[in-house]
Design a protein around this ligand. Structure first.
Ligand SMILES: Nc1ncnc2c1ncn2[C@@H]1O[C@H](COP(=O)(O)OP(=O)(O)OP(=O)(O)O)[C@@H](O)[C@H]1O
Length: 216
């Protein structure tokens, strides 16, 4: 098998109390994985650790073969800009700008072009000229997903990407994410409370009692 895009070894972390200990994880290209678990178990924290945002108290995280937290901040910023796609609960769209301008910011920074087909698939092609502040929460969520995919990341980290969406739109967004990783040799790591979305991934892990266990 090819080298994993993401590999984590012996990850331990906590704030006031220890959240998890000695977690090993890996994800190869075209693979998808979901992390489920009760609220407060540390799923989002683990996702932040895997995606360059929190240096763990113990262990190492390798993205594309390089240990993230051993690299200078500039290299970490370049990873965020070009190679990883982040769909988090609070999507960082510029409210005063149009949907199109928001996506253009990402494509200009990464040197990619906007994929019109993707906008159509997400059902947002007709709201591209609208200001973000005039769109519904679900539309904003889909603009933020289009923005992430338009920069052609090699790995996508998503925290409740379908949280704001009705079931039909959630299914559509999962279809788009799955198509994307297959056709771009990318990978998807998802944190969700929605078991039906989790079950669409190749592997589902449960974070429980400080451990990450594959759910069978
Ligand atoms: N920066 C921080 N400083 C202190 N405590 C934090 C910080 N971030 C998270 N925590 C705490 O760590 C615990 C785990 O939080 P986290 O958001 O990772 O859980 P989660 O499993 O994703 O929860 P949910 O399913 O509700 O989103 C919580 O008790 C939270 O309050």
């Amino acid at each position: 098998m090819s080298q994993p895009l993401l590999k984590a070894e012996q990850i331990s972390h906590g704030f006031d109390t220890q959240l998890f200990e000695n977690i090993d994880f890996s994800l190869a290209s075209t693979q998808s994985a979901a992390i489920v678990g009760r609220s407060g178990s540390g799923k989002s924290t683990l996702l932040h650790i895997f995606s360059t945002f929190i240096k763990p108290n113990g262990g190492e995280v390798f993205l594309f073969g390089e240990e993230i937290y051993a690299q200078p901040e500039k290299a970490i910023e370049a990873l965020r800009r070009y190679d990883i796609g982040i769909i988090f609960q609070f999507h960082y769209l510029f409210k005063g700008m149009s949907a199109l301008e928001n996506i253009e910011v990402a494509t200009m920074l990464s040197g990619e072009t906007i994929d019109e087909g993707l906008l159509r698939k997400l059902g947002i092609d007709e709201v591209m000229e609208h200001k973000i502040g005039d769109l519904s929460g679900g539309q904003q969520q889909r603009v933020s997903i289009a923005r992430v995919l338009s920069k052609k990341p090699r790995i996508i980290f998503a925290d409740e990407p379908t949280g704001n969406l009705d079931n039909e739109t959630a299914v559509l967004v999962m279809d788009v994410l799955m198509d994307y990783i297959r056709s771009n040799d990318a990978a998807l790591l998802l944190v969700t409370h929605d078991e039906s979305m989790a079950n669409r991934c190749d592997t589902v892990y449960r974070l429980d009692e400080k451990m990450l266990k594959e759910q069978v």
